[in-house]
Design a protein around this ligand. Structure first.
Ligand SMILES: [Zn+2]
Length: 237
């Protein structure tokens, strides 16, 4: 089986691709539902693991470029290899595909990536300011502050590299790319969508809090115990 050629796929792999196209199409509806996107901006992708242990035969499923959120059916989702080349689907992949693919190539544990220009998170990105950890839910979800990534232009690997370099230094599944907006990661696309919703929520709350007065930081050992409990104990029963 050549993962880049759909004609050679096993029936099981072809079914898995269809399942993920459906899943990613459904998850795209969450972005307008939570008010994270306008027009055709924003995208969700999920990795499809191939046969090779090293991930060299993995694919990704992502939104096509410039298609309205009302038209995002499973069939509209495009399948690309991890170099961003189109493997299956109509139309061109999202212009952010190279950034998603870079993340999958360099972070083997990541199964889902989301990008939006959600208002409050993007406002922090416009200031190049990290969101300080002043809420217990930030300790839970992000394990600390939400970091800022470098300024990067679309067209080469610099956005993907900025995301990976920043997130490797942090427990946060969200990075605010400077002057641009949030990118989030997760073990699958749903977890990355959750992180995109949560980063907008905390960006808004901390913005409102600071407008009313100085922020009160949370001690690091409290952040550590919040993160540990939420990631390892909470929700597993
Ligand atoms: Zn963008």
């Amino acid at each position: 089986m050549n993962h880049r050629n759909p004609d050679t796929w096993t029936p099981e792999f072809a079914r898995e691709i269809e399942r993920v196209r459906e899943y990613v199409a459904t998850l795209h509806a969450e972005l307008p539902r939570w008010g994270l996107v306008v027009w055709t901006a924003g995208n969700v992708s999920q990795r499809v693991r191939g046969a090779a242990e090293d991930g060299s035969q993995d694919l990704l499923v992502i939104k096509p470029s410039g298609v309205s959120y009302d038209d995002l059916s499973p069939e509209a989702m495009v399948v690309c290899d991890l170099d961003g080349n189109l493997v299956l689907g109509e139309g061109s992949p999202s212009s952010d595909t190279a950034a998603h693919a870079y993340v999958y190539r360099h972070m083997s544990e990541v199964g889902g990536v989301v990008h939006t220009h959600s208002t409050y998170a993007t406002a922090w990105a416009a200031r190049g300011e990290e969101i300080p950890c002043v809420l217990t839910m930030m300790g839970d979800e992000f394990g600390g502050s939400v970091p800022v990534g470098p300024f990067a232009l679309i067209g080469d690997d610099s956005i993907g590299r900025g995301i990976v370099d920043t997130l490797r230094e942090s427990r946060s599944p969200a990075v605010l790319m400077r002057n641009h907006g949030p990118f989030t990661i997760g073990r699958d696309a749903r977890a990355a969508v959750k992180a995109a919703v949560m980063v907008e929520e905390v960006a808004k709350t901390v913005h409102v809090a600071r407008a009313g007065g100085p922020l009160v930081p949370i001690e690091q050992y409290h952040i550590d115990s919040l993160y540990d409990r939420y990631q390892n104990v909470y929700g597993q029963h």
